[in-house]
Design a protein around this ligand. Sequence first.
Ligand code: ITT
Length: 203
Amino acid sequence: MKRLVVATANPGKLREFRAALEAERIEVLGLEALADRTEVPETGATFEANARLKAEGYSRRTDLPLIAEDSGLEVDALDGAPGVRSARFGGPGLDDAGRTRLLLEKLKNVPEHRRTARYRCVIALAHRGRVLATFDGAVEGRILTEQRGAGGFGYDPVFWHDAVSSTFAEISPEQKQRLSHRGEAIDKLVRAIQEKTVTIPDG
Ligand code: ITT
């Protein structure tokens, strides 16, 4: 069985990676696999730049292969914000619920047809400080005017997906995996491993 470190401090992300990759018989270790867990600063202007920075930085601290991911929500009526700042939207004092309330507040005068948004994600696979490959994913949706559902994490209670007429907090983890930006990027990673266009080193 291959072993892969998923370098994320976000338990919601880790849960999704673990479910998807363990189904492919890849054992997922979290940040606890690293002796030095100091956060790698996300100073990039794009999801790809930040995914690469995190993957390079964390993978220097272990001999195991490692993936890092950067993701976020782009809201068209906010010119793409919060984007790469999704986890820091509104400053360090806010949690997921606070950031979601702030988003609703900023959109309070925006009519339904202008509330379009998408989640984006880029995964970077790295080994000993070098990025081997990146994979991306995106999913289109709309921001509701109030929260619905208790599943998922982050902005999921207000992220409406037309095909399932639900928010991402109202669907099962398996359904979110099939529809989501992260699910799409993980699928690409798994396919690349299966087709051997990328090889996961044994570490
Ligand atoms: P790591 O950097 O440690 O991985 P993080 O949460 O800081 O954790 P990011 O910088 O990539 O990660 O920020 C991603 C943010 O985007 C996340 O905290 C949510 O606010 C939002 N987000 C990304 N994917 C999401 C999803 O599937 N559902 C809900 N919100 C999501």
